[in-house]
Design a protein around this ligand. Structure first.
Ligand SMILES: NC(=O)c1ccc[n+]([C@@H]2O[C@H](COP(=O)([O-])OP(=O)(O)OC[C@H]3O[C@@H](n4cnc5c(N)ncnc54)[C@H](OP(=O)(O)O)[C@@H]3O)[C@@H](O)[C@H]2O)c1
Length: 347
């Protein structure tokens, strides 16, 4: 058996990233024996694909649970909060993601910096698209060419859908999330969701999702048309507001797709690098990075939880995909739960 086969076998047996006798950690955060050559190291990392975390069905579309978020492709921070990215590097990241088995990419027409557009990069890097690639986008939120935010009326949603179709170069959108504005956190979304359901019926959209919603808003949308996913902020340090909602989505067969699972409090500006001792201890125990622990923690919440880590960094991409093979122990989870208990009541 070659070394890649050996690595796969040990994954199957141990269910952990501790699959080789550990000595040294490479850029992917995985430990390797001192005798391994870079070629072997790279072969083993590449052996871990996005399929390692399993699959889920968004309606009739099967995706690997480890996906990719496109918001970080446009700059060092989202929108115009950082410096625009290197175009070729972002294209490389996208193509590598596909090579690693990623077949679920989250994007939006409003993911752009002064020089880069996530949708344009996806089109440039990946068209003609692989048959199994599912691209999810979102509407209601928008940004004008100067970057100013605006929110669409129900009638304007068609224009936002068409904008995504043009930028991505597709004749339909696989999944469209209705991104609910924070100011509507408790209001009705029926008018907007109804407008989107009509676009679905017209064949412009295959499946619908909702984002930034409460359980009541999900139920309101479901009374209008099927909902395949909820995309809300969630992660180890996101507070407890959505704990029950995550479980309820699973019970209904609705995917829960958390964002800021790595960035946490850094939000749009990105990961701060500051990590609690509990997360670092779990990372050390497995010989992985804190970001990988954060991803593994979300994935273990249920088979309906899909990860969409965002990165413009090729090394981080490899690490994130590899995190789909990381299985946390009961002790790890208890340790992280103790950290989360401190957050209780902080919402
Ligand atoms: N529905 C919504 O309202 C909404 C809101 C926000 C985001 N989203 C979607 O959700 C996706 C995920 O959110 P996100 O991109 O903001 O946050 P994230 O995935 O939680 O974290 C991204 C941040 O972490 C860094 N990072 C990524 N992988 C890393 C690793 N292995 N090690 C260390 N740092 C790492 C990234 O920097 P580098 O680029 O340097 O790796 C970036 O700063 C977005 O890309 C977007 O598609 C949706």
């Amino acid at each position: 058996m070659d070394v890649v086969g050996l690595a796969r076998l040990r994954f199957a047996v141990t269910g952990s990233l501790h699959f080789l006798f550990v000595r040294r950690r490479c850029c992917s955060g995985i430990w390797h024996t001192a005798t391994m050559t870079p070629a072997i190291t790279s072969a083993i990392t590449s052996a871990i694909t996005a399929a390692a975390a399993g699959t889920w069905k968004l309606g009739d579309l099967t995706v690997n649970r480890m996906g990719f978020g496109a918001m970080r492709l446009t700059g060092s921070a989202a929108f115009d909060l950082g410096t625009p990215s290197d175009r070729e590097r972002s294209i490389r990241v996208l193509r590598r993601a596909i090579e690693l088995g990623v077949n679920h990419i989250d994007t939006a027409a409003f993911y752009f910096s002064s020089l880069r557009s996530a949708n344009e990069l996806i089109n440039r890097a990946l068209a003609p698209y692989p048959d199994d690639l599912v691209v999810a986008t979102k509407v209601w939120a928008g940004r004008d060419p100067s970057g100013e935010w605006w929110w669409a009326t129900p009638e304007q949603l068609r224009g936002q859908v068409e904008e995504n179709l043009r930028q991505l170069g597709r004749d339909h959108l696989d999944v469209v999330n209705l991104r609910v504005p924070p100011s509507r956190r408790n209001g009705s979304i029926a008018e907007h969701f109804g407008a989107l359901a009509e676009l679905r019926a017209a064949g412009l959209i295959r499946h619908l999702g909702v984002s930034g919603v409460t359980p009541a808003q999900l139920a309101e949308a479901q009374a209008i048309a099927p909902v395949v996913c909820v995309q809300n902020r969630y992660g180890i340090d996101a507070g407890h507001d959505d704990d029950e909602f995550v479980r309820a989505c699973g019970a209904q067969g609705v995917a829960f797709v958390p964002f800021f699972a790595i960035a946490g409090a850094g939000r749009e500006r990105g990961a701060t690098g500051a990590e609690s001792e509990e997360i670092l201890a779990v990372a050390r125990a497995h010989g992985v990075t804190a970001a990988q622990v954060r991803l593994a923690w979300t994935l273990r919440l249920g088979p309906h939880v899909l990860a969409i880590p965002g990165t413009g960094n090729p090394d981080h991409l490899e690490q994130n995909v590899a995190a789909g093979a990381l299985r946390l122990s009961a002790d790890d989870v208890a340790r992280i739960d103790s950290l989360r208990a401190d957050l209780r009541g902080k919402g």
